[in-house]
Design a protein around this ligand. Sequence first.
Ligand SMILES: [Zn+2]
Length: 598
Amino acid sequence: MKNIIYTSQTRLNFDIDHLINMGIDIAYVSPYNANNEVLLPSQIIFQNLEILAQKAELASKRGLKVYPFFITINHPEGNFEIPAAYRRQQNIDGSERSDFICFRDRRRQDEMISYAAKSAQLGFERLAFDDDLRDAFCYCDAHLKGFEPFNKMTRPQIEMILNSPIDHPEHEQLRLAWYQYKYAGLKEYATRLAKTVHDINPYCRIGICNSAKRCQDFSGRNPSQWLDLFSTDTAPAFIRLCGECYDDNLMHLIQSTGWHNYFNSVFKHVEERMLEITYVTSIGYRSPGNIAAETKSVFAATKNPRVHWCWTEDFPAIGLDSEVKTLKNDLNDLNEKLGSESDSPLCLFIGHDLGAYTPINVTTRYGASHDPIATYNMVSLLGIPITMRSEIKSTDTCVICSSYISREMATQIDQHVCRGGKVILDSVAARCYRIYGGSIEFQIKGPVPSQAFEKLHDGSNSTLIAQCPKDSIYLIDSQNGIDLWTAYDIFSKQTGATCSAFNYGNGQLIVLGYDLSLAARALATLQWRKNLIKLFEYAHVAIPAFWTADLAVQCFMYDKQVVLVNWNSNRVSGGLNWNNNMIDINLEPHEIRVISTP
Ligand SMILES: [Zn+2]
């Protein structure tokens, strides 16, 4: 059984004793002390790397391994000040992104490569890069000029093409080519960087901190192929997964389990994968109790024994350093108790390379207005176990797709249904499925804002539809579908189907009239759990274990165990339905409980 390993990222003025006391095994350290020093002149960075090498030698005698950590090309939240010699990023309307350097800025690229080279020359056997090795949001003149099809177009025309809704499939090839062009630029840089390092020391391993899924998509890359560019037989690359949780917002705590679950499977072929747990004062206060609960739940979702603590120098301010130390024992206990890998009959399927298929929306955090993670969060809040993967396994019982899907995903959905699987599409995924050649015919109409209630397939009524955002409900129009749920408007007039089933091959496609990215929050209710469970029963999708009482108790299923995570700040009492037996359980606030087969 593998023991828990702690890695961390911190800064040059780190305290060796502090890290050792916390139980840190490996520290990745930036060659400066504060974010506003990211763009210090190269000579100072070189000197700092030499200081780091001396500290690393001292630390290694105490059993702590220390390696350089670079925040490249930019600091993730933007740089404090950018010297004039660098090319700044531009938004799609041409305005300047004044805090960010263009990824394709050759001067900055060469600088970063020189720091990596210096690290390898100093004898470091590893170096790691933070998540700015991405090219997601720059539309500077140089970027656009390098892509021939955009040369004769105005910026509004280019924006229209990249931001067009899915009803413009004629833009698909152009968008695919744009994202391939962006990836080619990334690949050129990655290849130069890796070659420089490995020419100096073929055993020097490069680690990448994975960035958010949308940043991967808008960089035009499949994250695992990108990592492979840094990998050789003698120096396998390693990865820090991205959990997207930087505060104590409940949705972010839960999505951390989802994204970790997703990327843990994307990088399954990479032996060294680290779970990202972040507390940094510059983003905001977090409670150590929430951070501990996040860590344990992320471990329960992945069974990954490597926890990566971000910015450990901030931990003493909230007593997180002592919490982290004791947590290692808790995680080792959890590790002993759990089987090999959590699973569920439900899988949220999110394919790679979705950039070309996702309209950009620069006003949102990661550039898109829709995010499938909302569906993962909602199902998790209901206490129903769900996994997230980038591919469908032939053994998957029920696959769910939400938000924008690609042409390739539409084909995979058809194949899965044909061989006997069940697939549920939300209204956005369903529209994409039709546009990208899905075999089953239907139309999605709407949005229809003034719905009052639905009659479900068992004859019961549900009024939840009236609580959903006005642009989140659509109707399904088909010749061959079996209409399961029918909507009625505020005048009690029947409007159409909001859930239809289609038998195809050996399986079944179920289309929901809900845009789950928008509606998911309103659906985290006991009523919707009942509706979903009824829908699963109709489709013969057995959910072996789920929580039946108050909301916000997340459920992870293992072969012989179930893990319950109580996200509530109060005690909850209720029943776990496990293979149709009801088990009464009381959970303390933030408790994580492993229940084993009786
Ligand atoms: Zn640019």
